[in-house]
Design a protein around this ligand. Structure first.
Ligand code: EPU
Length: 338
């Protein structure tokens, strides 16, 4: 186990925010975690688990030991008449996994193409896009308990997946290090085309029965058109969750702003498009220092160069206040703020 000290985390967070880790340990296997737990100085923590760094906002240097998850490997675990079960190491790149499964002829993850980040981070926030969430394709995951060093396999119920949420953001936050994730890709494959922008692609192209690779190509094109590439402009994807309101609250907002984008949910509540609310308050393109609201999608905050975590937070708070002032809705940040 190699321990690095004073490591800059700027290259390891997709926002490109400056922060230094007092100590950094690269985790490539369950055994590495056990060595860490047994380590006389570092065993007791505090620890900070770093995956792909695409869903965090670093506002300070980290006094904890940063565990950079680099467990690799991808394989087909089993196949029967009902599904392919595919496993990937937590350190694998998410998009590369999606593309690899498609190339192997195992469809099912195509709607989640081009989401930045690592495989191990995907269950933490139950990544989702274009009508599909990770939980819809989840089989189980392996994790190591950072207090005991014990390896466990967790199924969907323990993971408590919800909209951009899971047990790993709550009870198991900082305690469970995910090492491998398994996916259930159901047979026969059926396309998920209910999202408005995919319906539009079907209408535009006249292709009513697209294959999985074509859906991935469409998703990639849609994302490229409105989401900034973190390799070029630092960002952490959507900065706020889409808020859920009661039908009464929604009616109240519609009375004042008939154009508000809203989606009725199965439980009777209504989800509002946070990007629309922020856009309606005139935030597109506005900045605090190096942090800006992206011009093509108001839900995304970007690093225009040299932004600090506190500038990102100042901008985020100003947005929250203005959306609350106009609509009476409190926006909740989506990335983990450190
Ligand atoms: N809109 C505006 N102005 C804006 C942004 C959006 O009017 O500046 C409107 C759009 O026109 C559209 C609606 O708001 O009618 C929703 O926008 P969009 O389809 O872009 O999706 P979103 O709700 O903003 C969510 C996810 C994204 C995911 C897309 C597609 C959350 C927090 N975000 O965004 O996920 O890619 O749907 O499924 O749920 C992420 O989590 O990091 C992420 C990028």
């Amino acid at each position: 186990m190699q321990i690095e000290t004073g490591t800059s985390l700027k290259p390891y967070n997709s926002f490109g925010l400056p922060a230094v880790a007092q100590r950094l340990v690269r985790i490539t296997s369950d055994a590495d975690v056990r060595h860490l737990v047994d380590h006389p100085d570092l065993g007791r923590g505090p620890h900070f688990i770093l995956g792909g760094g695409s869903n965090i906002v670093l506002t300070r240097d980290l006094p904890a030991t940063v565990l950079k998850v680099e467990v690799m490997g991808k394989r087909l675990v089993s196949e029967d008449a009902s599904a392919w079960i595919v496993e990937a190491g937590a350190g694998e790149n998410w998009h590369e996994l999606v593309m690899w499964t498609l190339a192997q002829g195992w469809p099912g993850l195509e709607n989640l193409a081009l989401i930045p980040g690592s495989v191990g981070a995907a269950p933490v926030q139950n990544i989702g896009a274009y009508g599909l969430e990770l939980k819809d394709r989840f089989e189980s995951l392996d994790a190591v308990d950072l207090c005991t060093g014990r390896s466990v396999t967790l199924g969907p119920s323990v993971c408590a997946f919800a909209y951009r949420d899971s047990v790993f953001k709550h009870d198991l936050a900082g305690r469970s290090l995910i090492t491998r994730v398994r996916f259930r890709l159901p047979k026969p494959w059926a396309p998920v085309l209910g999202y408005l922008e995919l319906e539009r692609k079907v209408a535009e192209t006249g292709i009513t029965q697209p294959g999985a690779q074509l859906i991935a190509d469409w998703v990639i094109a849609i994302r490229r058109a409105k989401l900034p590439d973190p390799q070029v402009i630092g960002n952490a994807g959507s900065f706020f969750k889409n808020p859920v309101v009661t039908p009464e609250q929604c009616r109240d907002i519609i009375d004042r702003d008939p154009a508000v984008v809203h989606y009725p949910m199965p439980d009777g509540n209504v989800k509002l498009a946070a990007g629309w609310l922020i856009d309606a308050c005139g935030w597109k393109g506005k900045s605090v220092g190096g942090a800006s609201v992206y011009e093509r999608q108001a839900l995304v905050l970007v690093n225009r160069g040299g932004a600090t975590g506190s500038e990102v937070l100042t901008l985020a708070r100003a947005i929250q206040e203005s959306v609350y002032g106009r609509f009476g809705i409190r926006l909740e940040p989506e990335p983990v703020i450190v």
